[in-house]
Design a protein around this ligand. Structure first.
Ligand code: C2E
Ligand code: MG
Ligand code: MG
Length: 412
């Protein structure tokens, strides 16, 4: 398989998270044996002229004399093809994906460990960029790595201290009549010096470092406790749900199902009113493992939604097998629903797919009355976005519940 085939296989797929999903699907023994077999394959098949070092679970460093030399592309493609070939272990086929950091063997390096450090920085970059699976080391990457490390230690501290982290609740409404359908719980981090850190930034750091496991558990506990404290339905008699995001890494974590079960029991939240959101790319990173985990979550009674739908290369055959209830149409399609015939087409197809598979459709990022009009014509079920409300603190969310309806905002 060529390099591009390799990258298509794992579109938005951080290597370590993927490995954890593989590990929880095939078991630790098989996954570890697959890794050992992969190492042997690399040692056997890579030419002696290429210096390859394994830096992390599935991170590799390629040390070369001239990173811009075309032969490096061939070496990367070769390494990627070796990584992409399924590994047979105990009658099972395991596919591991990895990221590659390319570094120049330069005189500035005084020790081998420094070369490997920069190769690891580049491999991290390749993983975070999620595009080609490999990256050449450049000096600014080191500053970003230092910044990410600082963010990691601050986030670790925030998790211990507890009071810097909070949840916002963004209303989700029935598009037909504007009645409240639920809330999405969104993590907020108020850093003592930097102020509010965008969720996308710190969630990415949390995902890469594994901190998303304790963070995700805290979010789930708080959201479930809040749900249990709120009334069971609005004065209009409409029950409402609270949805909580689960990251790829959480999906692959061995104690996920037990953790969710325990939180439901401890908080007394009604599982039928909890929706767990999993991004399409996390599901499709290893769809067969995801089907198994999602089935076990579903057995707890919770609802499941595929988040950012339309961005993650879904396999339709898997989609019919996923035990999910809702598709959340990615906000990029809603943002372009007026200007782009293609985006409007995607939204139409997803709403039709939803009807066919009996899945609820939720539009993300509804910002204008015009967006709403088209979504109503397409008979999309629910919507979420600044047109209705920004994410709210729990008190303001409680006021919305008290009326049961979300008034559209005149200005964003
Ligand atoms: P998401 O799950 O797709 O959440 C929706 C994001 O869109 C939120 O950003 C929300 O504030 C934003 N949004 C809502 N309406 C509009 C709109 O009309 N226009 C625009 N432009 N944006 C809108 P936020 O809170 O910054 O979160 C970003 C992402 O971070 C989330 O995307 C989710 O992937 C992740 N995230 C947030 N909280 C958590 C969490 O507790 N756990 C995990 N694993 N991920 C989280
Ligand atoms: Mg979400
Ligand atoms: Mg989303």
């Amino acid at each position: 398989m060529n390099a591009s085939g390799w990258t298509n296989r794992c579109p938005k797929n951080p290597g370590a998270a993927h490995f954890e999903i593989v590990r929880s699907s095939v078991g630790h023994d098989v996954a570890d044996r697959a890794l050992a077999a992969l190492a042997q394959r690399l040692a056997r098949e890579l030419p002696q002229t290429e210096l390859v070092a394994r830096l992390g679970t599935v991170e590799f460093g390629l040390v070369v004399s001239d990173p811009s030399d075309p032969s490096v592309d061939a070496a990367v493609a070769h390494l990627q093809s070796l990584l992409a070939k399924p590994i047979a272990v105990e009658g099972r086929e395991v596919v591991l994906s990895g990221s590659i950091g390319i570094v120049r063997a330069d005189k500035q390096y005084k020790a081998g460990v420094e070369i490997l450090r920069d190769a690891a920085v580049a491999a991290d970059h390749a993983r975070a960029a999620r595009a080609t699976g490999h990256a050449r080391f450049r000096e600014p990457m080191r500053a970003r790595a230092v910044e990410a490390q600082r963010m990691e230690s601050d986030l670790r501290h925030a998790l211990e201290a507890g009071d810097q982290l909070s949840l916002s609740y963004q209303p989700i409404v029935h598009l037909e009549d504007g009645k409240l359908a639920g809330f999405e719980a969104l993590a907020r981090w108020r850093h003592p010096e930097r102020g509010l850190v965008p969720a996308a930034d710190f969630i990415e750091v949390a995902e890469q470092t594994g901190l998303v496991i304790p963070l995700g558990l805290t979010v789930l506990e708080r959201a479930c406790a809040q749900l249990a404290a709120w009334p069971k339905s609005t004065p209009l008699g409409v029950p409402f749900f609270v949805s909580v995001n689960l990251s790829a890494r959480q999906l692959g974590h061995p104690t996920l199902v037990d953790d969710v079960s325990r939180v439901i029991e401890q908080t007394g939240a009604d599982p039928r009113r909890i929706k767990l959101e999993i991004t399409e790319s996390a599901v499709m990173a290893d769809a067969s493992a995801a089907v198994d985990i999602l089935r076990r979550l579903k057995a707890l009674g919770v609802g499941l939604a595929v988040d950012d739908f339309g961005t993650g290369y879904s396999s339709l055959s898997y989609l019919t097998r996923l035990p999910v209830d809702s598709l959340k149409i990615d906000q990029s399609f809603i943002a372009a629903i007026h200007g782009s015939v293609e985006s409007r087409g995607v939204v139409r197809v997803v709403t039709e797919l939803g009807r066919l598979l009996r899945l609820e459709t939720i539009a993300e990022g509804v910002e204008t009355a015009g967006d709403l009009e088209i979504l109503r014509i397409l008979a999309c079920d629910l919507g979420q976005g600044f047109l209705f409300s920004r994410p709210l603190d729990p008190e303001d969310a409680t006021s919305i519940i008290a009326t049961g309806k979300v008034e559209r905002r005149k200005t964003l």
